[in-house]
Design a protein around this ligand. Structure first.
Ligand code: SAH
Ligand code: SF4
Ligand code: F3S
Length: 484
């Protein structure tokens, strides 16, 4: 059914049996070796060695980048946001073609920088390089890239770093799949007070438009004991908000014998002292259970926000997308959620221009946006991904029809978002203070449990604290607040 069948991964793959526990010890040794190489390089140059990690795509990639950065720091390399660094790592996304194009564009600039500084090392990793066609293109047109590694062997990054520091030829290490989960690599966090936690990897849903199952592999859940240990460690190091990450958290534990379900996992995370907010992403509507609604409704810690991607409001399109729910069952679910949690913010993802979609189907999506009364939505134009079933479906709408349909959906989303975010106006609610406001340094930016941003007068010392703020001015998608 998909073109990945005839991919000659063996040309690139170094696959071997390994024991995850032994492997994690081996990688820790590799960090020591890399640190020794970095130290002598620093002495030789008389300066720091710097690295810049650039992340494209979703929360999964952000979390992977935190692991990559953790290893770099452990090896004595300084992190910077400047791409003039000695090592530049692009952690790529391939969910839509524009994500790929952005990488190629920026890679061209890196090539120019490398001409001036031949010692510069350029590394590509993440979802995009899981596609053989991409590797071929990089070999042919971007041969200045020093290293390419995929999503399955990211835990081997310390070993790959040792090779990067020693070898001059292009290193390619991309695996077709993995069954194991290697735990325990160092990580750094962007925010000291909140962190993502992977609870599962990969996806088995095969929505007909989506490349994620091909580039991230089969669904694998982490053991709950490992997850809970990680959350405990995070809490001890000052984290109060965790975001549990998976492509479909609602199927957590499937295939792991004797493992608890996702609502069970939430109950356990909830018991951990020091954790005040629990978020999770993403929930597939087909697997959202009544038990999860009960756990959410009765919890003080689980945030009042649910990201529930709908993709389309038309049954015909949902069927072609292989989403396994109908418009009616989705709206029924939304109704149940709102009844159990009247304050819940619901957000979604929508695709416009799916092959087979007609204008009437887009109208169905527009009406669903109103019925579901979303607090926000990400709206995407369908992007054809090679190897997915939908890439063989004939297109039905012209570019103009897609673009006008997209604008209609966007207008509906904005109208609903304004209306629904406004329901909190005048109330006093708790925010977690995240950072100094980018535009006005006298203001701090915090986030409500429902994920809406609030800007209020304050200073950097408040970062990471929980404060009560009165929502005085509704700016449409965010609030200006006052501390009470
Ligand atoms: N696992 C998550 C989504 C991960 S991808 C879920 O199922 O909800 C994030 C979003 O990207 C998807 O929800 C979808 O709206 C969008 N997306 C995925 N593939 C796409 C494609 N080929 N074209 C356009 N948007 C796409
Ligand atoms: Fe893609 Fe569907 Fe899996 Fe989400 S559930 S990652 S959209 S295949
Ligand atoms: Fe992109 Fe990979 Fe995430 S394709 S959306 S970075 S899982």
């Amino acid at each position: 059914m998909h073109a990945f069948r005839d991919v000659d991964y063996d040309r690139y793959t170094i696959t071997k049996e390994y024991d995850p526990d032994v492997e994690s010890i081996r990688q820790r040794d590799m960090i020591k070796s890399a640190a020794a190489l970095v130290k002598s390089k620093k002495e030789q140059l008389g300066r720091d060695i710097t690295a810049c990690v650039v992340t494209f795509g979703c929360q999964m990639n952000s979390r992977d980048s935190e692991k990559i950065s953790g290893v770099l720091l452990s090896c004595g390399i300084s992190l910077t946001e400047d791409e003039n660094a000695d090592i530049v790592i692009y952690n790529t996304c391939t969910v839509r073609d524009n994500a790929n194009q952005r990488v190629y564009g920026r890679l061209g600039n890196l090539g120019v920088m490398k001409k001036k500084n031949p010692d510069k090392k350029i590394v590509l990793c993440g979802c995009m390089v899981q596609e053989t066609a991409v590797i071929e293109k990089l070999r042919e047109s971007y041969s200045f890239v020093d290293m390419i590694f995929g999503t399955h062997n990211i835990y081997k990054f310390p070993e790959l770093l040792v090779r990067l520091l020693q070898e001059d030829k292009m290193i390619v290490d991309v695996w077709k799949k993995t069954d194991s989960i290697v735990e325990d690599l160092p990580t750094v966090r962007k925010y000291p007070f909140k962190s993502g936690v992977n609870i599962m990897f990969g996806c088995d849903n095969f929505c007909s438009y989506c490349i994620v199952p091909y580039v991230r592999g089969r669904e694998r859940s982490r053991k709950s004991s490992e997850i809970l240990d990680e959350v405990r460690r995070l809490s001890e190091s000052g984290v109060s908000e965790v975001m549990l990450l998976g492509q479909n958290v609602n199927s957590y534990g499937r295939g792991l014998e004797g493992e608890i379900s996702f609502p069970g996992l939430l109950r356990e995370v909830e018991k951990i002292d020091g954790i005040r907010r629990i978020r999770f992403m993403t929930s597939h509507p087909k697997d959202l259970s009544d038990e999860l609604i009960d756990v959410m409704a009765s919890s003080d810690k689980i945030c009042s926000h649910l990201h529930l991607p709908v993709q389309s409001g038309s049954d015909k399109v949902l069927e072609m997308m292989n989403r396994k729910y109908s418009r009616e069952s989705y709206l029924k679910l939304v109704g149940k959620l709102r009844k159990a949690m009247p304050d819940l913010s619901i957000t979604t993802d929508i695709i416009v221009g799916f092959p087979g979609e007609e204008e009437a189907d887009i109208d169905d999506t527009v009406s669903l946006v109103h019925e579901a009364a979303y607090d926000n939505a990400f709206t995407f134009i369908y992007s054809k991904r090679a190897g997915t079933p939908a890439s063989n479906y004939p297109a039905t709408l012209s570019d103009e029809q897609i673009s006008s349909g997209f604008n209609k959906v966007l207008a509906a989303v904005q109208e609903e978002a304004r209306k629904n975010v406004a329901r909190f106006a005048g109330r006093t609610m708790e925010v977690l203070v995240e950072e100094v406001n980018e535009k006005d340094k006298e203001y701090m930016t915090g986030r409500l449990s429902g994920n809406v941003l609030v800007h209020f007068k304050g200073d950097a010392s408040l970062t990471g604290s929980y404060l009560k703020v009165k929502l005085v001015e509704n700016k449409g998608f965010y609030y200006i607040g006052e501390r009470v």
